[in-house]
Design a protein around this ligand. Structure first.
Ligand SMILES: C[S@@+](CC[C@H](N)C(=O)[O-])C[C@H]1O[C@@H](n2cnc3c(N)ncnc32)[C@H](O)[C@@H]1O
Length: 278
């Protein structure tokens, strides 16, 4: 069993590695690193991933320009740039990976968004922000990396204003899913478990929040990882100029386990919203 600090250190060294940085940057196209929403299976990873951001942002249409959004585990900051540009929101990106944060800051500068986006190095289990400082907390496909997800919910509750929204996507497991299908998935992310809808609703209940509003899109997780695997196989020679052969082999193996687990209904993915009472 890993300790919480081991898990944070592993996620940091993974996302800061040249292999991971080059792989995600090349395959996703530099803005996003999350599951896309697919209108057809052959569509590009970039377009499908952008659609997830647009769909989540549409859920925030009630928040006026200038509202303050916290993105936990913000990757390269593609969602923040979309939210700042399209919604005129102020976004704070919190991320463990200094390599990703560097790319994020550079793209914000290149795209003229420095006044609208802050990029903060940090761990989402210990948020470096004061009480009730955000209207919205947002996270995409990052919570799975935590060994203490309840702590992340508590931290989100602390920094959210009353009436605030916590909107998230996260690859989760289904309660009762067979361990033999899940085990190889856990091994790839160096964890002993993943979140479930039931555990997240349990944390919400303890915080006095209402149960989640859920749009289930598990089939998109399977479509997405299948698409990443095809991309990796078809661009293998070019990607090998940026990533080590060992990393590429492990990634292929890992993706096959994720696809199998998704097809066997061991996993769950979707857009989930919680509301902190006013
Ligand atoms: C799959 S990527 C998703 C990135 C981004 N949310 C997106 O959708 O493009 C997971 C992200 O979580 C970040 N992360 C993992 N553990 C974290 C932690 N304890 N605190 C802050 N960020 C973390 C990683 O550095 C990485 O940026």
């Amino acid at each position: 069993m890993s300790t919480a600090s081991d898990t944070v250190a592993k996620a940091q060294s993974y996302y800061d590695s040249d292999d991971a940085d080059n792989f995600y940057y090349q395959v996703w196209g530099g803005e996003d690193i999350h599951v896309g929403l697919y209108e057809h299976p052959e569509e590009s990873i970039f377009d499908a991933s952008r659609r997830t951001v647009k769909r989540m942002a549409s859920a925030l249409s009630g928040y006026p320009a200038g509202s303050h959004i916290l993105d936990l585990g913000a990757g390269y900051g593609g969602s923040a740039r979309y939210l700042a540009r399209e919604g005129a929101y102020h976004v704070t990106c919190l991320n463990l990976s200094s390599v990703q944060n560097k790319r994020n800051r550079r793209m914000n500068w290149e795209q003229g968004l420095l006044d609208h986006i802050d990029v903060v190095d940090g761990n989402f289990e210990e948020l470096p922000f004061t009480e009730q400082s955000f209207d919205v907390a947002w996270t995409q496909d990052a919570l799975l990396h935590s060994a203490n997800r309840q702590r992340v919910f508590e931290e989100v509750d602390r920094v959210l204003k009353p009436g605030g929204t916590f909107i998230l996507t996260d690859p989760m497991m289904r309660e009762g899913a067979p361990q033999d299908v899940l085990k190889p998935v856990f091994e790839r992310i160096h964890l002993d478990s993943m979140g479930t809808v039931e555990t997240y609703n349990g944390y919400a209940e303890q915080l006095g929040w209402k149960p989640a509003e859920i749009e289930e899109r598990t089939s998109d997780l399977v479509a997405h990882y299948s698409s990443v695997l095809r991309e990796l196989e078809s661009r293998q020679d070019e990607l090998l100029e940026h990533c080590s052969p060992d990393y590429m082999e492990r990634m292929k193996k890992g993706l096959r386990h994720w696809i199998k687990a998704g097809e066997n209904e061991a996993l769950f993915w979707g857009i989930i919203q919680f509301h902190k009472p006013a």
